[in-house]
Ligand binder design. Structure first.
Ligand code: GAR
Length: 189
């Protein structure tokens, strides 16, 4: 199974997937390519550290989102990518990629979808006063953080420290995403 990871920033989930492949928790998978949409994304450094090929693709260099995604699609085809894992990729995916990879694009979100969609899921759930938090892995659709849910993990948090909460959520992410990818590859989901 050839994977592509899409990231926009830090890339800790990308790193968790790399580690899971390296330590054998994910079998029969290779990360063929990292796609980043920001030239200063720290995920690039992680790719370099692990000798993983990466491409910086900037929307502003294309006439339209369609052309931007067509370029990405050509990179995915060249690399014979089977499964796309969004890992902190902060753009809506459109039909160019969705039609080319039906049910083969997945995303991680730091909240229990369908609640708290968007770029601030942790803070939004915290501000709402939630006491149960969690992480969702889902198929990607044209809707922001939409698409059928594949896996979720929830936990209770009664504290008042959003940084502590964020650390707990990321720890859950770094376990749930690799585990879910492994199950998808083994067709257990
Ligand atoms: C993760 O918490 C991921 O769930 C979130 O962005 C973060 C990326 O962190 N994604 C979303 O909010 C999607 N709506 P990372 O770059 O360290 O993996």
């Amino acid at each position: 199974m050839n994977l592509a990871i899409f990231a926009s920033g830090n890339g800790t989930n990308f790193e968790a997937i790399i580690k899971a492949i390296e330590d054998g928790s994910i079998h029969n998978a290779t990360i063929k390519l990292l796609i980043v949409d920001h030239k200063d994304a720290y995920a690039i450094t992680r790719a370099k550290n692990h000798q993983i090929p990466y491409e910086v693709v900037l929307l502003k260099n294309f006439a339209s989102k369609k052309e931007y995604e067509e370029h990405i699609l050509s990179l995915l085809k060249q690399n014979e990518v089977d499964l796309i894992c969004l890992a902190g990729y902060m753009k809506i995916v459109t039909d160019v990629l969705l039609d080319a990879y039906p049910n083969k694009i997945i995303n991680i979100h730091p909240a229990l979808l369908p609640s708290f969609k968007g770029a601030h899921g942790i803070q939004d759930a915290f501000d709402y006063g939630c006491k149960v938090f969690g992480v969702t892995i889902h198929y990607v659709s044209a809707e922001l953080d939409g698409g059928k849910i594949i896996a979720q993990k929830a936990f209770e948090y009664y504290g008042s420290d959003v940084d502590e909460l964020e650390s707990k959520i990321h720890a859950v992410e770094h376990e749930l995403y690799p585990n879910t990818i492994e199950k998808l590859i083994k067709e257990e989901l």
